[in-house]
Write a protein that binds this ligand. Sequence first.
Ligand code: DX5
Ligand code: ZN
Length: 213
Amino acid sequence: MLVAPSILSCDFGRINEEISAICKTDCDFIHVDVMDGHFVPNLTIGPVVVESVNKISSKPLDIHFMVQNNTFFVELFKDIKPEFITFHIEEEKHPHRLIQKIKDYGIKAGVVLNPHTNPSIIEYLIEYLDIVLLMSVNPGFGGQSFISNVLEKSKVLKEMIEKRNPKCLIEIDGGVNDKNIHLLKESGVDMVVAGNYIFKSSDYSQAVKSLKI
Ligand code: DX5
Ligand code: ZN
């Protein structure tokens, strides 16, 4: 299992130390939640701060946009050269065009599906995607409870992926912990985001290790 700690739950007053500490663990990516106060009722960090995070981090970034006007945000963040940029399918009229744009910048591209969104909406997009992120909470805040029907959704998506683009990864975001990680693995998930579970623990390495199954 690939593990991407979400810095939304870190202590932003000590962000330098927090990034250094998380990079000493066996995690694979740093998950960065970019929220604009419009698509979701929360506002987080912009390119200036994310650029600094990227400089401190020895792990590649996984940037999750929860914003309106995705194209504008892609232009703002492209020079940081994250590993992944994902954007919400519910907020994009031309996802195919935007996927191409992100890939043209040499960045892996993916879409995010809210808890209510049926994976069938991406059936004819899947062959162009590097990753699909399924939300297992409503986007906007860390520390919420896991919505377990994402397990069934992941299985449906996995079948579609195997048929149309076996290299595409399934990522899950929200309420992930050591209690649901095995069920996620059994449901075909390749990568998990975890915020509170890791950053509210007393031992980041141990918390990451418990998810790397
Ligand atoms: C929620 C964010 C998540 C969040 C997950 O909108 O997309 O990445 O940080 O936090 P936890 O793991 O605490 O649910
Ligand atoms: Zn996220």
